[in-house]
Write a protein that binds this ligand. Sequence first.
Ligand SMILES: Nc1nc2c(ncn2[C@@H]2O[C@H](COP(=O)(O)OP(=O)(O)O)[C@@H](O)[C@H]2O)c(=O)[nH]1
Ligand SMILES: [Mg+2]
Length: 175
Amino acid sequence: MQSVKVVVTGPFNAGKTTFIKSVSEITVLSTERQITDTSGEGQGETTVAMDFGRITISDDVVLYLFGTPGQQRFSFMWETLSEGMLGFVVLVDALSDDSVKEAVAMIEFFRGMSDVPFVVAANKVGPDDAEALSSLRVSLGLAEDVALLPVDARDRDSVKGVLLGLLYRILDSMS
Ligand SMILES: Nc1nc2c(ncn2[C@@H]2O[C@H](COP(=O)(O)OP(=O)(O)O)[C@@H](O)[C@H]2O)c(=O)[nH]1
Ligand SMILES: [Mg+2]
């Protein structure tokens, strides 16, 4: 049995919790904590959210999904959560310019941390909207060889498709 650690990251509100809940065969362990915010933003308290889920792909492969908090100022947690990951998904809300902008920085951060395969999943975009996808690719500054996959985070099969896309890349990189 091969356990594959996959990190699901992306800006706040991109759909990470929804994504993990849609496919997880265990009750998603969502950790929402009010913590003291020392960044000077907000009211002194902020919510940090992390999610944990699991999906069995076959008799041999189980994916463990680790959702990160979205906010940049929790990047120290991104590092911890990313330890031992074999790949990652960057989820982006394709309808939000802010989400796209933040995703650019997050892709850079995660790529810098680890050289593992990754895919970018465009949430809240029609699966056949090729035009939206190609303009999103430009906005994200993604090279042609980076997978940009449309996803509906609410739909189990759609999410599973993204995870399989990542898994194939992981297996490819190992062979
Ligand atoms: N239209 C649409 N809305 C979505 C989708 N996935 C998530 N949402 C909504 O986007 C919001 C943020 O989702 P959530 O999973 O909490 O995002 P997170 O902050 O990244 O964990 C919620 O209101 C969801 O209902 C999707 O695939 N399509
Ligand atoms: Mg969440």
